[in-house]
Write a protein that binds this ligand. Structure first.
Ligand code: GCW
Length: 720
């Protein structure tokens, strides 16, 4: 009896552990769940169209494509799909242009000139009266992308009949920027420590590296900058390059190139030189030799990302040279190997009393046309710093002779870390769709980025990664959607956020429309919610200092004026907002005349950007008839209400989601709700001192005093 009981107990324990691991695996598997299709008819239909896999080519990439297809299809249709050598059943045929046999090529009638080197073709073909599906591309990596695209059709329960899809990425460099330090802390990282275990590399290859590469390949990401832009020169020493090489070897078959950040003073710090002057012959030579040494180990090394003369980082200006001198010197070093230099335009100076929002444009725009061919200037989406909302950066479209790449931030430094559910593709799309008017109406940021506006040779999109070693990679289960969405938009900057949400939800959670409909809406609304409860109507950078966690509109004691929230909101008895109009700092003049006019004019300036461009009185009448104070207070309240609604929506999904992720999201939404109220109360109490007005009806009374909010301290807030 005793034994029986013991057995029963250990069995229960075992089952509990198994269910826990299964659940944790779900979190870990991201959008590659490959759940068995629930609809029996659909499964049978797919099965009749896919009876085997026939693979051509013998590269590692081909092997990955074939294995991915086999395991994914087997899981989804619930029957083993095997790899065969003959086309005796309806099959999925995979292979690049050069590896396919003439019979298939003839049947397929594909014009490979319609795709680029990374593009793919999905096509239903018929050979000897038997139907097959061909997944092909010019190169094996295109086939791999085609495989993921095909699997997505099945994951989202789409038809695979009569396929004829031709798709190529619209940008060349689709890259994650990891702000990972060599001690494995991650600057602005909220999902644990860095994935890169430098101490165990190169001999220990963590399965995580492979899974990381696979996840990236599945969404078309083809580059990774392993190290923080606030760089450490040690990464360029042989001791570390050996480790970088090991990672590059893992990533290569997945089509992912490795890049590093180059600390400008490295020739001094690790090279023993007296200077890092980009015009100094020894310095030039040092970088040339260093670069050659890197390429010897990693023949497809992508190049360097550089943050120079920004926030205390060394750069060419330390030697009275400029950004062009610095970038071009490095460009010469990587050019013989086909490398690129991604030079960041994120610069502003404490010694410049001018509006911070104007400084990057003021400094970089005059350099247009002066950079070498293999330099691409990396520009943040807005002129300040990854705020919940910013108008597009005025540099976009303003440097016709210079390729510009977009820098988005996927990690939520200013948007609630990994505790707030915010679907960022909504933000990304808003930026990409913005009209710069630089070559007339319709000159969108997307057209600058994909090179179609000015016919640039290199194009790219970077995303500051939100990935760490948390089991679920990103801290918040829904933050996985931001990694996913970034990749999808980097591939095609014209994709709609709603389509992305739909795909991601189906691949990650469930295809049940009763789940998809409300949760998709929740994701779509989540971006505006965070804007509302943090920085409505164009407010910006009023987060607490340093760590940027929570509200801190009162902060005014930092040494650099533009690090203080009061610099940005300028609230006083007369009103609130930063006057960047013609009568203010005239930052509007950095935009094309049509855009400048829209922003400059109070009548036409979109209300969502109002306080970004204008200082307006508390009595200013908003379009909805409210005065500014009431309107602002109501927006803060609306944000809180939106989070409450998100909670209600989520609580109804229990039956569609595994219990672990259900609980995680529920707890996180509760934190988000508490913090949305914290934002509302703290900001309104603070601004009320200036407006001198009562809260309008409909806005809940704060439960704490302003002093209480001001007393909160977070010495160990993550990511700082
Ligand atoms: O947003 C600021 C961050 C810094 C970051 C910097 C940058 C890597 O607060 O942590 O440094 O931007 O983008 O260089």
């Amino acid at each position: 009896m005793k034994n029986k009981r013991k057995n029963f107990l250990s069995l229960t324990l075992l089952m509990f552990i198994i269910s826990l691991t299964a659940s944790a695996q779900k979190d870990y598997k991201l959008w590659l769940q490959y759940d068995k299709i629930t609809d029996h008819n659909l499964r049978t239909k797919y099965l009749s169209e896919i009876q085997g896999i026939v693979s051509f080519g013998n590269s590692e990439t081909t092997a990955i494509s074939s294995k991915e297809l086999q395991t994914a299809l087997t899981d989804m249709v619930g029957t083993t799909i095997s790899v065969k050598s003959k086309l005796d059943q309806s099959s999925i045929i995979i292979g690049s242009q050069t590896s396919l046999n003439s019979e298939i090529l003839k049947a397929a009638q594909i014009d490979f000139n319609q795709i680029n080197d990374e593009g793919f073709i999905l096509k239903s073909i018929s050979i000897k009266n038997r139907k097959h599906i061909l997944i092909s591309g010019k190169k094996d990596v295109g086939v791999l992308y085609g495989v993921y695209s095909f699997l997505r059709l099945i994951q989202t329960n789409k038809s695979i009949e009569n396929l004829n899809t031709i798709d190529s990425p619209k940008t060349n460099i689709r890259i994650l920027n990891h702000w990972d330090n060599l001690d494995r802390t991650v600057e602005r990282g909220y999902a644990g420590f860095s994935l890169w275990n430098w101490q165990k590399l190169p001999d220990f290859i963590d399965q995580r590296y492979i899974d990381y590469a696979r996840a990236n390949a599945s969404i078309g990401i083809n580059g990774t900058v392993l190290t923080n832009v606030n760089a450490n020169a040690l990464i360029l020493t042989p001791q570390y390059l050996e480790k970088v090489e090991a990672l590059a070897n893992v990533f290569r078959p997945y089509g992912i190139k490795v890049y590093l950040t180059a600390r400008f003073s490295a020739p001094i710090e690790i090279g023993g030189l007296k200077t890092a002057d980009p015009k100094d012959a020894d310095v030039i030579n040092w970088w040339k030799e260093k670069t050659a040494a890197i390429y010897k180990r990693i023949p497809d090394f992508g190049g360097f990302l550089v943050k120079a003369n920004s926030e205390g980082q060394p750069g060419p200006q330390n030697y009275n040279r400029d950004h062009v001198d610095g970038a071009n010197m490095l460009a010469d070093a990587v050019a013989p190997f086909g490398g690129v230099i991604m030079w960041r335009a994120f610069v502003y100076s404490e010694h410049d009393a001018n509006d911070r929002a104007k400084q990057a444009y003021a400094e970089f725009q005059p350099y247009d046309g002066k950079f070498k061919e293999n330099v691409i200037v990396q520009v943040k989406n807005g002129a300040i710093d990854f705020q919940p909302r910013e108008p597009f950066h005025p540099l976009f479209g303003a440097m016709p002779k210079t390729p510009l790449m977009m820098e988005f931030q996927i990690t939520q430094e200013y948007l609630g870390f990994s505790t707030h559910l915010v679907f960022l593709p909504k933000l990304f799309q808003e930026v990409l769709e913005s009209d710069t008017f630089q070559r007339g109406k319709g000159s969108t940021v997307a057209k600058v980025i994909d090179g179609s506006l000015y016919k640039n040779k290199i194009t790219g999109i970077a995303g500051v990664a939100n990935i760490g070693n948390d089991i679920n990679w990103t801290g918040h289960p829904f933050a996985q959607a931001n990694w996913y969405g970034f990749g999808r938009l980097a591939w095609n900057p014209y994709l709609d956020a709603e389509t992305i949400a739909d795909e991601w939800l189906k691949c990650t959670f469930s295809t049940d429309e009763n789940f998809i409909r409300p949760i998709k809406q929740m994701m779509i609304d989540s971006r505006e919610a965070v804007v509302n409860y943090m920085t409505p109507l164009g407010l910006h950078h009023i987060m607490d200092t340093g760590h940027h966690y929570g509200p801190g509109p009162w902060v005014s004691n930092l040494s650099r004026p533009e690090w203080n929230p009061v610099y940005y909101h300028k609230a006083d008895k007369n009103g609130i907002g930063f006057d960047r109009s013609k009568t203010g700092t005239n930052a509007v003049a950095q935009y094309a005349p049509e855009a400048a006019h829209i922003f400059d004019n109070l009548e036409t300036c979109p209300e969502k950007d109002l306080l970004w461009f204008h200082h307006v009185s508390w009595d200013y009448k908003l379009k909805n008839g409210h005065n500014l104070w009431d309107g602002m207070a109501l927006k803060y309240q609306e944000g809180v209400n939106q989070v409450k609604a998100m909670q209600e929506t989520w609580n109804k999904t229990e039956k569609y989601v595994d219990s672990e992720r259900f609980k995680e999201v529920k707890m996180l939404l509760n934190i988000q709700y508490q913090e949305a109220k914290w934002w509302r109360d703290a900001c309104l109490l603070y601004f009320q001192q200036f407006s001198g007005k009562e809260l309008p009806s409909g806005v809940e009374k704060p439960t704490q005093t302003l002093e209480y909010f001001q007393s909160l301290k977070f010495p160990f807030a993550p990511g700082n």
